[in-house]
Structure formats: structure tokens, C-alpha cells
Design a protein around this ligand. Structure first.
Ligand code: ADP
Ligand code: MG
Length: 319
């Protein structure tokens, strides 16, 4: 087993705390304020929640069969219908691709799912719970994390600080800044725990050598890794990745893909927006295609490749 594989097994607390499937209330998730001096109490609570949740042995995450369900989502921006009655769901443990030409509504859909913006109509369910009205940090607490197409780190903080602060409320930057004072206090309180996890997460993405660099000095590719690391630090069960490979060199792309597959083997569920059709077709077992705000197709990669409407949409033809 390689060094990185070892890290993958020990490197994230996520596998220790697969509880989000049942948190109907925020207290279902471990928050910084629950930390105790030795962390043992905290771990016991996690264990209890783990054992109490309805997940079966074959479903160690406690996620429902289709943890993410989007029903009839709609969002208008002025005269533009960015998302037009979109419905789809994502299977637990899957690596599902969300593709579509530029402007198809993919990022807006992610924003609607994670509470970054509110839909005009429609519903988002996570683990059968209606999360449509929740704020981004509440959605993250439920176990649904996301990365942004344009990475949103705090440029004047170090890489390590960025990862340590993420668990406090993964959300838009302004919201995130507003929780920084609280985060700083909790960092002191449970410094050992948070710090260890932060280093493990950085290790997992092979960016620990950058820990003390300001995030603003990172290359585009390194920023993508940090963005992913931050999302993972929130201890999610499911991750929405918005173009995680854009601007990433082939070596980093390979590393990122490797990490995604490792995490998936651990039980994480992924929905990935990506431009590169080949990459999606090679790595996803299911592909959802959006076009002009609508879900145009939802099928296996093989079927998608032969779908006339999809081909036309990508070639710019009218559908
Ligand atoms: P994709 O991620 O598939 O490329 P987006 O979801 O970013 O597409 O955009 C869908 C459409 O909505 C585009 O026409 C885009 O210009 C528009 N749009 C997205 N966000 C906004 C916004 N905040 N204000 C106005 N129009 C927007
Ligand atoms: Mg986009």
C-alpha cells in the first residue's frame, strides 16, 4: 500500500463520522462547540450517532438511496431562465457527472442546491429532508459540501488556516468571513483535533508543503486542491465539485481524480460538473446533461454519447 493510500485511510475523519444521513437537526453533526479537553466525549458521541442511524451494513454512510433529489427547480435572472424546471437525483456512493454547454445552468443549479441563491420555485431534498430554504453553512452541516467553479479561498490567510476554518461553515466568502471570530475561538479550544485533521487533509491532497503559504500565492491548480481540501474538511457525505479540473495541469488532474476515486471507495458520493466529456465518460457511471436550463438527458455514459439531442446541443444545433 502506498503512502498516499495509507493516508487516505487515516487521513480524513469523515469515515469516522458518517452521521449526516440522519441529522434532521443541526445538533446531529459534531460542531466545534462540542469539543472537550481530550476529545473522547466527542468521539463517543460520534460513535453513538453512527450506531443510531438507519444506514445498513451495506450503506455505511447512512445516506439514503438517492441522497440528493432536485425537483422542478427554476431560477430566472432578469429575462434569462438559467434553470428551467430541472429535476434529477443522485444515487448514494455514485460518481455522477453533470455536463452541458457553457451557460446551461450547471453552476446555478449547484448554487440553488447549496443555498447560495434561492430558487424561484422547486425543491431540493438531501437525505429526504427539504433543504431548499437552508443557508449554505446549514447545508454543509447536513453533510453536503461543494466547491466553487472559481475557487473561493481567503487569499490573505495561509493554506492551513483556510482548511482549519472551513469546518466552521462552508459557505460563500462573505458569510464565511463573518464566522471567523467564532472560528478563531474554537480553533484555540480544540486546536489539537482541528489541527491534526487539517494537516491530514493537506497531506491527503499533497499540499502540506504549502501549509504556511498565503492562499493568494497558490497556482490555479493548487487552489483547486485547496478548494477540494476545504470542502472535505467540513466532513461531508456528498460533494458537489464545480469544474474541479479546469486550469489544472495533467499531473494535478490525475492526482485529483485519484483522490476522488479513493474517497468514493470510502463511501462518499460525488456530483461533478466538468467540461471535458472524455473525463466524465471515463470516470462517471451516470451522466446528467443540461442544456438551456433544462435536463436534456440522464443516462449511462454510453447512452449519452449516442443521444442525438445531446450531440446536437454540443454541436450548437437547435434541440
Ligand atoms: P454553466 O455553469 O452551465 O456554464 P451558469 O449556471 O453559470 O451556467 O449560467 C446559466 C445562465 O444564467 C447563463 O446565461 C448565465 O449568464 C446566467 N447567470 C448565471 N448567474 C447569473 C447571475 N448571478 N445574474 C445573472 N445571470 C446569471
Ligand atoms: Mg459553470
Amino acid at each position: 500500500m502506498s503512502d498516499s493510500e495509507t493516508r487516505a485511510e487515516t487521513g480524513t475523519d469523515a469515515e469516522l463520522d458518517r452521521t449526516s444521513g440522519t441529522h434532521s437537526a443541526p445538533e446531529g453533526r459534531t460542531s466545534a462547540s462540542e469539543a472537550t479537553e481530550d476529545g473522547r466525549h466527542d468521539e463517543e458521541q460520534r460513535k453513538e450517532r453512527r450506531e443510531a442511524k438507519p444506514g445498513t451494513a451495506s450503506d455505511p454512510t447512512g445516506l439514503t438511496e438517492t441522497p440528493l433529489r432536485v425537483e422542478n427547480l427554476r431560477k430566472n435572472f432578469g429575462g434569462i431562465t438559467a434553470v428551467d424546471d430541472a429535476s434529477f437525483d443522485v444515487d448514494a456512493g455514485s460518481l455522477t457527472g453533470l455536463i452541458g454547454p457553457n451557460g446551461a445552468g450547471k453552476s446555478t443549479t449547484f448554487n440553488l442546491i447549496t443555498g447560495t441563491i434561492a430558487p424561484d420555485s422547486g425543491t431540493v431534498y438531501f437525505n429526504d429532508e427539504d433543504i431548499t430554504e437552508l443557508a449554505p453553512h446549514e447545508v454543509a452541516r447536513k453533510g453536503l459540501a461543494r466547491t466553487f467553479q472559481i475557487a473561493r479561498q481567503l487569499a490573505d490567510m495561509t493554506v492551513l488556516e483556510n482548511v482549519m476554518l472551513a469546518p466552521q461553515g462552508q459557505s460563500g466568502e462573505s458569510l464565511w468571513r463573518s464566522v471567523v471570530p467564532f472560528a478563531r475561538r474554537s480553533v484555540r479550544r480544540e486546536e489539537g483535533d482541528l489541527l491534526t485533521r487539517a494537516w491530514e487533509t493537506l497531506d491527503f491532497f499533497d499540499i502540506s508543503h504549502l501549509a504556511h503559504e498565503d492562499a493568494g500565492t497558490l497556482s490555479g491548480g493548487q487552489r483547486k486542491l485547496l478548494e477540494f481540501a476545504r470542502a472535505l474538511s467540513t466532513d461531508p457525505d456528498m460533494l458537489l465539485l464545480d469544474e474541479p479540473f479546469a486550469g489544472v495541469n495533467p499531473t494535478l488532474e490525475k492526482r485529483l481524480l485519484g483522490r476522488i476515486h479513493e474517497l468514493r471507495e470510502q463511501g462518499y458520493t460525488f456530483l461533478i460538473v466538468e467540461h471535458d466529456m472524455d473525463l466524465i465518460m471515463d470516470n462517471c457511471e451516470r451522466v446528467i446533461v443540461m442544456h438551456q436550463g433544462r435536463v436534456l438527458a440522464d443516462d449511462s455514459p454510453e447512452a449519452i454519447l449516442e443521444n442525438e439531442q445531446v450531440i446536437e446541443a454540443y454541436l450548437g444545433g437547435t434541440v
